[in-house]
Every structure is written in C-alpha cells, then in structure tokens.
Write a protein that binds this ligand. Structure first.
Ligand SMILES: [Zn+2]
Length: 394
C-alpha cells in the first residue's frame, strides 16, 4: 500500500520563463505528498465539523452536562503514535474509513446528511477548526516530537475518539430512556434486543448498516455500533406501540380476557377491547403503520389490520365500511374505517386487538400509557421520522 502511495508522487522539474529569464523549479515527491496529505486532512476536518453539529442536535441540555462530566478517556497508544512515523499514509486511510463509518451512522440513525451541512473552516487551513475551540485532553498526550503532519493526524484521531465517546454516551442515554418506557409498557426490553440481534421472527430492524465492520475500526466503534443497534430496536418498538385511541368513544376497559360469550353464555376468551358507539363512527389507526388487510374474517365481520413493524399489529373489527386500502401507509390517528356491527356482534361497536408477534395482548396498557412514556415515544418518533425523511429523499 505504501509503495502504491509513493508511486503516485514522483519528482518533477518545471521550466519557468519570466522577463526573459529561464528558471528551473524542482517539485519534489515529498513536497507533493505533503500537499496531498494536507488536502486530505482539511477534508476530514470538514466532516468533523458536520459531526459536531450532529452531537449538538442529539444532546439535550441535561445530556450535555452529563457528557461534560464524562471526559474522553481514550488516548492513542504509544505503539500507535510510533506507527505514525513510518505510516502516515496508511493512518490517513484508516482515519478516512472511520470517518466514513461515523457519517454512515449519522445518516442511518439520525437522518443527518453530512453533505447538507455547511462546514466551518479554520483560518489556518490545515488546522482542525473545532479542535482549537475545545482542546481535547487527548491532544495533550500527543508526542510533540512527531513530524507536524503526523501530529495533525494524531489530533484528528483523538477528535474521532472523543466524538465516538460522546456519541456513545448520548446513544446509551437515549437507549436507557427507551428501555424504561418499553418496560413500563409491560414488554421485555432485553428480549426485544436479543431477538432482533438474532434476526429471527419478532421485532424487525430493516437496516443495520454494514454489520461487523465497526469492530475492525477499534473498540469504541464496536461499542458504538451495538449501542446504536440497541437504541434503534427499543425506539422503533416505542414508535410502533399502538397508544392512540382507535375511536373517540369510551372503551369497555374490563372487556379483555375471559368472559361469558354474549351469544352462548359459555366462558370464552375475548382477545381485544370493545368500544361501543354509533354506526359510522370514524375508526382511527392507533399508531403509524401499513394497512395489510382489508376484508372479511370469520366472526370478526369486516376487518382492517395495520402492521406497525417490530412484530406489532392492530386489528379493527365489526366495521360497517372501509376508508383505507391494503398497502396504504397510515399515520397515527388517521381514519381507516367506520364503526359497525358486522360479524359476531350484538350491536354497533369496535373490537380492537393488539397482537405482538401474533399473540393477542391486552391493548389497555398501551392506550393508557403515561405522559412520561409518551414523551420518550415522541422523541423516538422524531428521530426515526427524520431518518425516514433522509432515506425518502434519496
Ligand atoms: Zn370484542
């Protein structure tokens, strides 16, 4: 790799003719390398400024205080520093790889398109702008005897490490909040993450980036990758939780579970909640999702089903009419049907079911989610929404 790098740069000699005098200019390979390296460093510094914007967007004021307390402990090791002496080009390529990974994550998880952010450029050109504003602890550990270009790279690496550490803290805090909210809803956060990682059934994360790549980029990157994955699973689950009222009428909150069958009087399992109301009352999607079924089902009469992702599905039954079609993407609160009394029904009402991986659960805990849970859910919805917007724009 070094040889290939060196082959790009060879000594050149140039004639320059001014005022009748002919002069010789020699452009050495070393000089060319230095210019190329500085250009690469400036590009990396721009990307760094982008990521600083991202961190700011991500952190709430409370989180910023927490981050400030947690100093960046990561330092480039002595061996790594020594490598710079011989291996400047390889190190630059390595840094670029890591930068690329960080940018990919910012797109995938935060909807931040680095190219859309106006970079802040330092007046000194090669000097990383933000590093001057906020000197890093790690910068102090950089060997002053290194050649200047190696020092620039070492400083950049320290900034990347610092950024990864701060991002990790912020992501872990978000994930912890989502974990608390998911647990309050009666779900098992650890099992959700485990199932998603195993990739079998259950909650489904559509995109994980180039999994495994991060581990080759160092410990902090591997930690960041798994933290991002955990945050993604828990927050997407929260977004998929059907916490919206499926109709603006009072529910029979005791109707889930065993009860006597209204037709036979025998004990029967009732797998949903009933919402009595006038025929034609608008039926609303309880969470954002995709309509996956519109039609009749035995006993249920006219039915609409909405898939919210993460293994969560809602079913709306006994309808008198439909206002949605299969495949439609619906928002929370959007009308999908009209209340009725079709199927095995004794009077106009909505039968509302929530299914987790195919198993009916009591929707009540979702519909009665407390304000603190809904707040975390709203944060999650905003982040997931901004990611969708970026992906949609491509
Ligand atoms: Zn029912």
């Amino acid at each position: 790799m070094r040889q290939r790098f060196s082959a790009l740069f060879q000594d050149h000699e140039i004639f320059v003719r001014t005022h009748g005098h002919v002069r010789f200019l020699r452009v050495s390979a070393v000089w060319q390398k230095r210019v190329a390296l500085i250009a690469a460093v400036v590009l990396l510094a721009w990307a760094g400024a982008t990521l600083a914007v991202l961190v700011n967007q991500l952190l709430t004021s409370g989180e910023r205080a927490a981050v400030a307390q947690q100093q960046a402990a990561a330092a480039a090791s002595e061996a790594r520093i020594a490598k710079y002496r011989d291996n400047v080009a390889e190190t630059a390529a390595d840094l670029e790889d890591r930068q690329e990974q960080l940018e990919e994550w910012s797109k995938v998880h935060f909807g931040v398109e680095p190219a859309a952010v106006t970079p802040e450029i330092g007046t000194e050109g090669a000097a990383p702008a933000a590093a001057d504003k906020a000197p890093l602890k790690t910068s102090a550990m950089i060997d002053p005897n290194l050649p200047p270009e190696a020092q620039i790279l070492a400083r950049l690496e320290a900034r990347q490490e610092d950024f990864a550490t701060r991002l990790l803290t912020a992501v872990n805090e978000r994930a912890a909040k989502a974990e608390g909210a998911v647990a309050k809803l009666g779900m098992n956060p650890a099992a959700l993450v485990r199932n998603a990682a195993a990739g079998r059934g259950g909650p489904f994360i559509p995109y994980r980036g180039r999994a495994g790549r991060a581990s080759t980029l160092g410990k902090s990157f591997a930690a960041l990758e798994s933290a991002l994955f955990r945050m993604e699973v828990l927050e997407r689950t929260l977004v998929a939780i059907p916490s919206g009222q499926p109709a603006n009428v009072l529910m029979l909150s005791s109707s889930f579970g065993y009860r006597s069958d209204p037709f036979t009087g025998a004990g029967a399992m009732h797998s949903g909640l009933d919402f009595p109301g006038p025929i034609g009352t608008p039926i609303l999607a309880a969470a954002p999702g995709r309509v996956v079924y519109v039609g009749q089902k035995s006993g249920y009469g006219n039915v609409v089903e909405v898939d919210h992702g993460q293994g969560i599905l809602t079913r709306y039954a006994h309808l008198s009419g439909f206002t949605s079609t299969v495949g439609a993407q619906v928002a929370a609160g959007q009308q999908i049907a009209k209340m009725g009394s079709t199927g095995r029904s004794t009077g106009s009402h909505l039968h509302f079911e929530v299914r987790l991986n195919g198993v009916a659960v009591n929707p009540r805990r979702f519909l009665e989610a407390k304000a603190d849970v809904l707040e975390v859910k709203d944060d999650a919805r905003q982040r997931v929404g901004s990611v969708a917007a970026v992906r949609g724009a491509r």
